[in-house]
Design a protein around this ligand. Structure first.
Ligand code: AMP
Length: 618
């Protein structure tokens, strides 16, 4: 019996889980028959929830969405997104971005993604009647090493072994290639472009499918090239339209409301020629406006131009098999099909431009929301043995190299190399008797290190002292089939393997992941209570300070019974704070919460007295 491996599309907006068996790949719906799981997680006193329940939750607590944008990133990387994220970001260890849930509680993007993955895992385990422990997980083709590592770490926290990380467009092409699409195409080789435009990212990939040479042979899927933009998606259109609405309404509407209204109008304009926008404004009343499809398309022009430039890069990098048709008539020679994936490919202008550029009517037989998950399930089936005779050859999206003394990057593995990939480079020392050397690893296409992304650094230690230039350090880069980098090194003259330490710059260290994994399993419930008590202590202290000050100042203005009531409530809350501060486990967090609420409610009158008195001041 083949091993159980599921395919997971861990999306910015929605996530899905699928499985592949004799009947082919299929998405596993939730117990209400819904295929999607909104990629939203909610933290509240009642617990941690994911999906629809999290998205619809209101009241106290924090809701985290679009966490995919933060995976493996630093606060500086995501600065442009900050204005539109409904939560704050703080910097954690190794320049990682962490999400601020409350003044005293933060959480890593990996932990949030783990909640989503765990929910999908539970769904699949329940539906398949067996515990799911392994998954193929998709990421945008353009995800760099830190982002892939972060995805893998999230899986581990959710109790899943990410046996393979697959690029989303590759997965989409797999779904299309393996019988899910049109049977008549199966016998011949073909070259396919996948245009994947979601909420936040664009990926364009060119793949070649080679059928088995003989019956029972192996079918190859080879990624010829991939190009993309990690900051180009439907969200940009929402932001551009929201900015217009805010400008016109005189800035009187809330940004969040304007973005939501813009997105809704954008989606309606995929179907209709005009859409009405209504926005509540601060002074009361409403700002109203009709947006036409033509107007939206005007706003989208610079954005479309960037998307088309990505297509151009992907076609150019795919090699001589593809040719741009001369004369500007449009069309790419040598291409058999174009597949559209991602919510933003529902926009008519996007379809039109893609069709014009490639000279082919895009193929949309597979539901664009499901294609990536179905393809991940196909890859899972290939790995588990449920699907026979297919092999996927993916590529690395960005070149990998080592920083040199002059500030440039020596590239060891070039972009669009097929994975797994291996490269070695020799290094030596520049000082006599040097026993350690520090090397930085970079990913990116630019020449200078400052323009590339620094993935981390490693120290080769314990070298035997030798004159400068004599040691021969062989550094090996190995990119596994998931596109994840491993570095190793040894000194050839002495034959010694130098001790090696890779410190990821934008991710969690192995130890941190292990610790979090152990903790999340053992302490899920305690963690929540602890966070709650810690939060309550912080907030109650602020209340006590504020109320205590006013109580003393205005005591003679209050009637005795009310003052006594406040004194009692203050004493009670102070008791909780003292105990909570000393030992969080010793207090009943619900009772603590009630005590705080009771004082908050009772102090309203004190606040009014304070205001009245201050107005009397000359
Ligand atoms: P994805 O990441 O693939 O789920 O795509 C999400 C993006 O698709 C968001 O920016 C949505 O606003 C956008 N989207 C979804 N439906 C439509 C639609 N009917 N028209 C235009 N954009 C859409």
């Amino acid at each position: 019996m083949p091993e159980l491996i599921v395919g997971i599309d861990l999306g910015t907006t929605n996530s899905l889980v699928a499985v592949c068996d004799e009947g082919g790949p299929r998405v596993i719906p939730d117990d209400r028959g819904r295929p999607l799981l909104p990629s939203v997680v909610r933290y509240s006193a009642g617990g941690v929830t994911a999906g629809y329940a999290a998205r619809e939750g209101t009241g106290e607590g924090a809701t985290v969405s679009s966490v995919k944008r933060l995976m493996g990133r630093s606060p500086a990387d995501v600065r442009a997104d900050l204005a539109f994220l409904p939560y704050g970001i703080v910097e954690g260890p190794n320049q990682t971005a962490r999400i601020k849930l409350s003044p005293s509680q933060t959480v890593s993007p990996q932990e949030v993604s783990a909640v989503i993955l765990r929910s999908l895992r539970d769904r699949a385990s329940a539906a398949l009647g067996a515990e799911v422990r392994k998954a193929v997980i998709t990421v945008p083709a353009y995800f760099d090493d830190a982002q892939r590592q972060a995805t893998r770490d999230a899986a581990r926290l959710a109790g899943l072994d990410a046996v393979r990380i697959v690029a989303e467009p590759t997965a989409a092409a797999l779904a299309y290639g393996l019988g899910v699409g049109d049977e008549s195409r199966r016998g011949r080789a073909e070259t396919v472009a996948v245009f994947d435009l979601g909420g936040g990212t664009l990926d364009v990939s060119i793949l070649r499918r080679t059928p088995p040479g003989a019956p029972g042979g192996t079918e190859f899927f080879q990624v010829l090239s991939t190009a993309g933009d990690t900051h180009l998606g439907g969200d940009d259109v929402d932001h551009a339209l929201a900015a217009l609405l805010l400008r016109e309404s005189g800035g009187a509407a809330a940004t969040g409301a304007a973005v939501a209204a813009a997105e809704s109008a954008k989606c309606r304009l995929s179907e209709f020629d005009a859409a009405e926008v209504r926005l509540p404004i601060a002074s009361g009343g409403e700002y109203r406006r009709t947006v036409t499809r033509g107007e939206l398309e005007g706003l989208m022009e610079p954005w479309i131009a960037r998307a088309m430039a990505c297509c151009e890069r992907a076609v150019r990098d795919a090699g001589p098999r593809l040719r741009r048709t001369a004369g500007g008539a449009g069309g790419v020679g040598g291409l058999d099909a174009v597949i559209l994936v991602g919510g933003s490919t529902r926009i008519p202008l996007v379809r039109r431009r893609v069709q014009e550029y490639f000279g082919l009517v895009p193929y949309t037989a597979i539901h664009p929301d499901l294609a990536v998950a179905l393809g991940a399930a196909v890859q899972a089936g290939v790995l588990s043995g449920a699907v026979k005779g297919a092999l996927l050859l993916d590529v690395i999206p960005l070149s990998l190299g080592v920083g040199t003394v002059g500030g440039a990057v020596a590239k060891l593995i070039l972009r669009n190399s097929t994975v797994p990939a291996r490269a070695t480079e020799m290094f030596s020392t520049s000082v006599d008797g040097q026993t350690s050397i520090k090397l930085s690893v970079y990913q990116g296409e630019r020449e200078m290190a400052a323009d590339c992304r620094r993935l981390g650094e490693f120290h080769l230690r314990g070298l035997p002292p030798m004159p400068a230039g004599i040691p021969q350090l062989e550094v090996e880069f190995l990119v596994d089939a998931s596109g994840v980098l491993q570095v190793s090194a040894h000194e050839r003259r002495s034959g010694r393997r130098a001790s090696l330490q890779v410190v990821p710059n934008h991710g969690l260290t192995r130890d941190e992941v292990s610790r979090m994994e152990a903790e999340s399993l053992a302490h899920a419930r305690e963690d929540l209570t602890r966070h709650r008590v810690v939060d309550l202590v912080v907030n109650a202290k602020l209340d006590l300070k504020w109320i205590g000050e006013r109580l003393e100042r205005f005591r003679d203005k209050l009637d005795a019974a009310y003052a006594a009531e406040l004194d009692g409530l203050v004493a009670s809350l102070r008791g909780f704070v003292l105990r909570g501060d000393a030992d969080w486990a010793s207090v009943d967090s619900d009772a603590f919460h009630r005590a705080k609420e009771a004082l908050d409610r009772a102090s309203v009158r004190l606040q009014e007295v304070g205001i009245t008195e201050s107005l009397k001041q000359p």
